[in-house]
Design a protein around this ligand. Structure first.
Ligand code: M6R
Length: 605
């Protein structure tokens, strides 16, 4: 959740820390702080966004530093609770992501020993624990401290008495190391380091990296050396910048034609009507033999999983169950014979998704990943997988990740289907329709201004109901999530068939509905639901297929999209809903890219 950066080298640390923190601001923006070690250690912290910290900064000379963007877990948003945290002498500095579960117990023991705490955070126990064991060797003190800790950490430590070394360690919380021509770096996120190098080393749990200006080594907590391979990040610094757009979210919405194209590039054999999925080819036999597919994910990725459920069941004839990772982890559900698992995660670091993956692996299940961030934990720990190739998603509200996850699930449905009885003709037709999707996305994006005008009309409502059926049901859920997370309007997504079973009680003039209603096998049923809402004077926006005049007469506002194969409709019908939410939030004057209380990557449980 939080953003972490550490640097040691010959350059001035402070500007490097700040630009890395800027790139990671989407991970947390409750407070931020830096410490720079030069002739002495100087630490500055501030609540709120990074600009507040910048305003407070004076000259901080020195070539070693740590920086942190906080997403608060333990303790209110305050300067005292902001990182870096230090020890009693102000000599050990620590930035941390994760939760130290046994911090209360450790804290009272340390207090009994005379340590004085100044924050309410769990993190501060780390700086005091390291202080307790520190006898001039930071690496050894960090290892001794971490052996006493239970919970999750991505932690980076430095001491004012050694300006040449930083020590980083990981347990359930990502850290990536890069030593390049600019010096030695460690960060919670490759985005922070991409301007210096594309080659990075991802730490695994219980690994400790000792980083100097031109070298690093990795050991486990027991000092056993670990050999690591470098990962090449497949996107560039331009991908991680706004590129002329006002917000990352808008850029990412508008990029979807391109990101969808990237997700399918080289993966469609149009002549044979097949999907070419090199990343799972090794597991082809198990996939073909599968009797059940279970999809596990959180948030937007979970809704993409629901889209995949409809596609795989319809195109490949295999039953699919979709689980929220946060629930799956506690269900103790027994694995079925012939069941395979797909884990979907943009970041590849979502704590529940990762925990579920580990549990399934331990029970012997085949695990496949659909992951955007190359080298992330889910990507590394699944048996096989398919990368999204959607490029970095920085806006906290997920947009292009959903569409790229959904199109990859369409490829997977084709892959499975053609190996399980889908005919050549059906395969060729489905492959051709998948190929059209990026251009359809581009066409939909041309209606951006129109949708923005509609958004203006609805920005002051306090509630919204989103309805859809079958392929449009997950889209309704995702549309409601987008609206609530960035505009703070209460929004509920419902299967339109469920409306009469409760939610219709909410409908009145001040409670509008957004109906996702492209031409489909359930179109007629959707129209009946729209009638029922109109009968109760509910205001309505509908998403319909171009040329559908009937729907235009029934609702207050209509957004049109091009005709698309029903099985692929969710991939593009979500785009107008993303645009709608973006403009509602914009007209409300809200910070679209950094909605309150949220973080891009939920790496703690
Ligand atoms: O990185 P992941 O795909 O695993 O993240 C899962 C959810 O936290 C994420 O999709 C979240 O719901 C979105 N940011 C919402 O827009």
């Amino acid at each position: 959740m939080c953003g972490i950066i550490g640097y040691v080298g010959e350059k001035e640390a402070c500007p490097l820390l700040l630009s890395a923190l800027k790139r990671m601001e989407y991970r947390g923006y409750d407070s931020s702080g830096v410490v720079v070690v030069g002739d002495k250690a100087r630490c500055v912290k501030s609540v709120g966004k990074l600009d507040n910290l910048k305003e407070k900064l004076e000259d901080l000379p020195g070539g070693l530093g740590l920086g942190h963007n906080r997403w608060a877990t333990h303790g209110v948003v305050s300067e005292e609770n902001a990182h870096p945290h230090t020890d009693c002498k102000g000599d050990i500095f620590v930035v941390h992501n994760g939760i130290i579960e046994n911090y209360k117990e450790l804290k009272s023991k340390l207090q009994e020993e005379g340590h004085v705490f100044v924050s309410e955070t769990d993190t501060e126990v780390l700086s005091h624990l390291i202080e307790k064991f520190f006898e001039g060797d930071l690496e050894s003190a960090v290892k001794k401290a971490l052996k006493l800790v239970k919970g999750a950490y991505g932690v980076v430590a430095a001491t004012g008495s050694d300006p040449y070394k930083i020590v980083a360690a990981r347990m359930f919380s990502p850290l990536v190391v890069s030593v390049n021509s600019s010096g030695g770096f460690v960060a919670s996120d490759p985005t922070a380091l991409i301007s210096h190098s594309r080659e990075m080393v991802f730490l695994e749990d219980e690994e400790v990296a000792v980083i100097s200006k031109d070298d690093f080594y990795i050991t486990d907590l027991d000092n056993v050396a670990v050999e690591k391979e470098k990962t090449e990040i497949d996107w560039s610094i331009e991908d991680a910048q706004k590129g002329g757009y006002d917000h990352f979210m808008l850029k990412e919405i508008c990029q979807q034609g391109e990101s969808l194209e990237n997700s399918i590039r080289g993966r469609l054999d149009l002549e044979e009507g097949r999907a070419v999925l090199g990343g799972v080819e090794d597991k082809k036999e198990e996939i073909i033999r599968a009797k059940k597919v279970s999809i596990i994910a959180c948030g937007t990725s979970y809704y993409a999983g629901m889209v995949g459920e409809c596609m795989i069941e319809e195109m490949a004839g295999v039953p699919v169950e979709v689980h929220l990772a946060s629930e799956f982890k506690y269900k103790k559900q027994p694995l079925e014979e012939g069941e395979i698992f797909i884990f979907i995660s943009q970041s590849g670091e979502t704590a529940y998704t990762l925990a579920s993956l580990r549990e399934v692996k331990e029970k012997g299940g085949l695990t496949l990943g659909i992951v955007n961030v190359v080298g992330s934990s889910v990507a590394r720990e699944t048996h096989a997988g398919i990368y999204n190739h959607a490029g970095p998603e920085i806006g906290v509200a997920s947009t292009k990740a959903f569409t790229s996850q959904s199109i990859i699930l369409a490829l997977f449905a084709l892959y499975m289907g053609r190996n399980k009885g889908m005919s050549f003709e059906e395969g060729v037709n489905f492959a051709k329709e998948i190929k059209r999707i990026p251009r359809i996305a581009d066409e939909i994006l041309e209606s951006k201004e129109e949708i923005s005008e509609i958004a203006k009309k609805y920005k002051d409502y306090s509630n919204f109901l989103y309805l859809g059926r079958k392929y449009s049901y997950p889209v309704a859920l995702e549309g409601a999530l987008k609206l609530k997370e960035i505009s703070y309007i209460h929004a509920e997504g419902y299967s339109a068939g469920e409306m009469k079973h409760g939610p219709i009680a909410l409908i009145e003039e001040s409670f509008p509905t957004f109906a996702v209603c492209p031409q489909s096998s359930v179109y007629g049923k959707m129209l009946s639901n729209i009638e029922e809402i109109k009968a109760r004077r509910g205001k309505m926006v509908a998403l319909g297929t171009r040329g559908d005049d009937e729907i235009a007469e029934m609702v207050d506002d209509v957004i049109y999209m091009p005709e698309v194969l029903e099985q692929l409709s969710s991939i593009v019908s979500v785009i107008p809903l993303q645009i709608f939410s973006y403009y509602v939030a914009l007209y409300k004057g809200l910070d679209v890219d950094k909605p309150r209380n949220l973080s891009k990557c939920v790496s703690v449980e």
